[in-house]
Design a binder for this molecule. Sequence first.
Ligand code: PLP
Length: 405
Amino acid sequence: MKKFIYLDNAATSFPKPPQVFKAMEHFMKEVGANPGRSGHPLSLEASRIVQNTREKLAALFNIKNPERIVFTMNVTESLNTVFNGFLKRGDHVIITSMEHNSVVRPLKYLEESGVVSLSIAPCDHKGFLDTEELPRLIKKNTALVVLNHASNVCGTIQDIRAVKEAIREVPLLVDAAQTAGCYPIDVERDGIDFLGFTGHKALLGPQGTGGLYIREGLSLRPLKRGGTGSISEKITQPDFLPDALESGTQNNVGIAGLGAGVDFILQQGISKIREHEQVLTSTLLKNLFDVQGLTIYGPLKAEKQTATVSVTFETILPTGTEHLPSGCGAINLGWLEDGLSPSEAGGILNKKYDIFVRVGLHCAPLAHQTLGTYPDGTVRLSMGYFNTIEEMEVVAGAIRKIAES
Ligand SMILES: Cc1ncc(COP(=O)(O)O)c(C=O)c1O
């Protein structure tokens, strides 16, 4: 394969540290057994590996009791576990206008089925939630607030602590798909009641892994029931975590890899990872600011976003922002010329420059409506820990050429 620059880490991180696939190979070749099912040494070793991953995740998110973490296939399953296992008929749920379809679709379904009612807390044109607005949306029957910690479209990071302070005792579910592994998360400090995370993005694990943290005192009805390897004499589901929510044989090979990914993160240190990604973001932004015909979305400040930057090559004013003097999160609004669509520009980056990006709506139509980029979407450049500053300069150069051509 030709040399390329991978800028699609918001979809899934690549490459993975070698210890991730080594741990998976070790599990497949040397361990192989089903954890928690048998008493022989291989099964015990498999259990130890799974427990080790749980403990490392607990250390990363400052979770006191690792048993409050359950493994899932991905954050989509984690979120669905909360929606289907926590909410009951008549409940009211608040989400934000920056949510991913993994939040919006299951909740819309529950709303249309007459189970819950839904409010959408508005975010501004840079994607920030106005936390002071939240108390106004809370009703007597509000059972859950769902917050996308960082936008997968433009990187905007929300202040979890401020959200929790605004909603007080209402349980808070944080979708940490874009921040787990690259931004500090502390469930105690931040007041998180449910934390959903996916293993294959910044946690550097393989696809098909994820998890959910459930604060002590909160309980969920399982999404599925079945064999857990524990209290087999009973024909009813165990009521203790993690077994209550972990029926059937898990993706243990994946969990072994995820453990190695989290290990890598703990060894590097989350602050070093965050610092590097901030430098990548600020380098890219600095090199893009004066590109004529380019619009950049999001905070435009590395410290307020993840290493995800969205751009368009059409200098149209985002809908609803015409009256704003200079805001809306976009820049260069003076250059009102026709440009390339996101899919045309993304195609050129992918094919001509071997810069691998994602274009379109990124499974987040609500977020694009908020940013003013619906329905065409954006070209998304999403960096990861293994990208370099030199690559940012090459990428900015290619974008400049495309915008000028
Ligand atoms: C904010 C957000 N939530 C949820 C998801 C869904 O992740 P997964 O496909 O791993 O379940 C993504 C993935 O892009 C995301 O960015």
